[in-house]
Design a protein around this ligand. Sequence first.
Ligand code: 13P
Length: 250
Amino acid sequence: MRRKFIAGNWKMYKTTAEALAFAEALKGIRLDPAVEAGVCAPFTQLAALKAAFAGTDVKLGAQNAHFEDQGAFTGEVSAPMLKEIGVDYTVIGHSERREYFAETDETVNKKLRQLFAYGITPILCVGEKLERRDAGEELQVVREQLEKDLAGLTAAQVAELVIAYEPIWAIGTGRTASPDQAESMCRFIRETVAGLYDGAAADKVRIQYGGSVKPDNAAEILGRPNVDGALVGGASLVPEDFAKIVNFGF
Ligand code: 13P
C-alpha cells in the first residue's frame, strides 16, 4: 500500500523568519500520521527548517540541485551540500525551471542520477502545456518526458522515486485538473513506468498531482486510487491550509 504524500513547494516565497513562523504554527496542529508531509523550501531556509522540524514528522525538501558534486557553477547548490543539511527530497524538473532556467530532460536526468547517488529522494515534475492538451497530445508529452528523464535509472531507483504530474495550465491559475483528469494521467504514468521498468516499480512509485490543490478540492483528488499525493504551491504557504490538505481524510 502506497502512503499518501503531501509536499509543499514554497517556490521563491518566505524569508527564514517567515519559514520559522510557519514551522511553529504547524507544530500546534495535529497532522494525520498516515500521511507523509514535507515542505520544499528555498535553499537559505533549509538549515533553519531542519532544526525547527526536528522531533516532528514533517520532512524537508529542496527545489533543485546541480548534477555535479562541486565546481565552478556560480549560484548553484550541490546534492552533497543538501545531504549535509539532511534534506529528504528535492524537486527536480519543475515546469518553472524548465521554462525560466533552461532545465532540459537531459539535465533533469543527470540530476535524478546525482540525487540517487546521495540518497535524496527526487520529486520529478512532468506535465503538459495547455496547447498540447488542447491538441490531445498530453499523453505523448508526458510519455516523452518520462522516457528521457528516467533514462538509465534502475527499476529499484524508480520504485523509490516520486513523480508529480503538474499540468502547466493548472499551476497558479486556480484552474485545477478535474479529479478524473488527475487520476487518468497518474494511471497513465504508472502504466508507462510498468512498460519502461516492471510491475513492481510501477506499483511502488508514488505519483502526486500538482496544480491549484487547495483544502476544498484536496479530498476529491486525493481519493483517487492512482493519485498518491499532491505537490502544493500557493496553499502550502499557509500552515492551516497545508495542514488541511495533509488531513484531507482525517
Ligand atoms: P499551485 O498549487 O500554486 O498551483 O502550484 C503548483 C505547483 O507548481 C507545485 O509545484
